[in-house]
Design a protein around this ligand. Structure first.
Ligand code: NBP
Length: 463
């Protein structure tokens, strides 16, 4: 009997679809799931010569070519350690465990070190694209030992999505936790963009009184231009979906869930001292959204009346498009800045042009703008805001973001992420900030000292 090239452990939606993708691309694969019934039902429907199920980890391990490649597609956290613990007894020197889930990169670093002591290889590979991407081609973000990558590269390349030029959306990123780190930042950027889109939806719905179907058409238009992206594309059917006379979106509870990668990205930004205001505010927005009862109570205490914006809608949607586009650029710029600092501190040597390329297909933040980033990052400059092409666009259009944020504020429409994009931009592009005043206050109450602009040294004043 031919042995399998790879195994997948974990057959929830992502594991099932990734396994089918691998089998569909001609690789023989073995699968296992903790709850056997799930595995049996999956094999009943999709089993084939290339896709076989196993009820225990020992026979699963025996079904594999050596070095064995075991992919994990299970809930991140302790479940990963528990599976590693159970499977290692059936593995031999040089065998490889690939974690395809959304694990914390620090856990990946620890697991790699721990398994190295047992002569086993542990590798992290972020997968983006949701269930559809897992089946038809995800964006893959692999990080870890280079030799291990080379063992799994043929499988990864064959199942990955394609970029705008038809190349595979996978590349070797760097050592240890770099793949899972990139996936985390990817998800953080996703949070920020989704929040800004929700703010745009809110302005059009509550400021202009548009129906969901009308807003769907505006997003369809945006998706024809510079904002072309998967998220704008799916906004169209989501907003257009009707249940009888009503739009489904109007009946969806306004309380957003989160699984933690946005929160982790925000925590990382604070720990590494990188301004990530768009993403962080988008996490706060989800937090505020979850306190539905409190919001309902407060909305009665702070009755704001109805605010209707009287601007010309056609003209305004163009302004809004530019504002959202700048917000998207700033969100990416902040995400890449976090990657730059992490890459330096962790010695990952991340290639930003390649990252912009592998995000062009399969993943949730795939967007036309990544084609420009791929080219721009070739220069070696890692800060998007320092690039003349980006500066030219922002200089010509930043008034549109200022207008949208100002108008929203005057009409009691919250723009947590769009205003954060604007305010962080205003702050970091001013030559002289107001932090001198903070220094004065600190020195007054705590003798924390300050530096001067006119002479060297450290000073304290009796203010
Ligand atoms: P879940 O994250 O919901 O995990 C469910 C799977 O984990 C099931 O196969 C379950 O087995 C298994 N599992 C659990 Br829970 N505890 C286990 C344990 N102690 N031992 C063995 N197996 C255990 O599934 P998912 O949504 O398919 O996501 C899989 C991974 O991919 C996660 O890390 C997720 O963050 C990541 N991811 C998800 C998406 C997405 O769109 N869903 C996208 C990208 C990445 P059981 O059947 O026996 O309970």
């Amino acid at each position: 009997m031919n042995k399998s090239k790879i195994a997948i452990i974990g057959l929830a939606v992502m594991g099932q679809n990734l396994a089918r993708n691998i089998a569909n691309n001609g690789h023989k694969i073995s699968v296992y799931n903790r709850t056997t019934k799930v595995m049996n039902e999956f094999i009943d429907e999709y089993g084939s010569e290339n896709l076989e199920g196993y009820e225990d980890l020992c026979t699963l391990a025996k079904s594999l070519e050596k070095p064995r490649i075991i992919g994990l597609m299970i809930k991140s956290g302790p479940a990963i350690d528990s599976v590693i613990e159970s499977i290692t007894q059936f593995l031999e020197d040089g065998d490889i465990i690939v974690d395809f889930g959304n694990s914390n990169y620090q856990d990946t670093i620890k697991r790699e070190k721990k398994l190295k002591e047992k002569n086993l290889k542990f590798f992290g590979c972020g997968v983006s694209g949701g269930e559809e991407g897992a089946l038809n081609g995800p964006s893959l973000m692999p990080g870890g030992d280079k030799e291990t990558y080379e063992c799994i590269e043929p499988i990864l390349k064959s199942i990955a999505a394609k970029d705008f030029k038809g190349k595979d959306c996978v590349t070797y990123l760097g050592q240890d936790g770099s793949g899972h780190y990139l996936k985390m930042v990817h998800n953080g950027i996703e949070y920020g963009i989704m929040q800004m889109m929700a703010e745009v939806y809110g302005i059009l719905k509550n400021g202009f009184g548009l129906k969901a179907g009308e807003i769907s058409k505006i997003f369809a238009n945006y998706n024809e231009g510079k904002l072309k992206s998967y998220l704008c594309e799916i906004a169209v059917p989501i907003l257009a979906k009707k249940e009888g006379e009503d739009y489904l979106i109007d009946k969806v509870l306004d309380s957003a869930a989160q699984k933690g990668t946005g929160r982790l990205t925000a925590i990382e930004s604070l720990e590494r001292g990188v301004g990530l205001s768009v993403i962080t505010q988008s996490v706060y927005a989800r937090v505020y959204s979850s306190f539905k009862n409190t919001r309902t109570e407060l909305s009665k205490l702070y009755e704001k009346g109805t605010h209707k914006i009287e601007d010309d809608l056609e003209e305004f949607t163009k302004i809004l498009e530019n504002a959202l586009y700048i917000g998207v650029i700033i969100s990416y710029a902040q995400g890449f800045r976090l990657l730059e600092v992490a890459s330096d501190e962790q010695n990952w040597d991340l290639n930003f042009s390649e990252i912009s390329r592998i995000w062009q297909g399969g993943c949730i933040i795939r967007a036309k703008v990544l084609e420009s980033f791929e080219t721009l990052f070739v220069s070696g400059e890692k800060n998007l805001l320092k690039m003349p092409e980006v500066a030219k666009y922002i200089n010509e259009n930043i008034d549109d973001l200022r207008y949208v944020v100002g108008l929203s504020a005057m009409n009691a429409l919250p723009t947590l992420s769009l205003s954060s994009a604007l305010n962080s931009f205003e702050y970091i592009t001013q030559e002289r900030s107001t932090a001198n005043f903070i220094q004065g206050l600190r020195d007054y109450f705590g003798a924390h000292t300050f530096k001067r602009t006119d002479k060297e040294g450290t000073f304290h004043s009796e203010w």
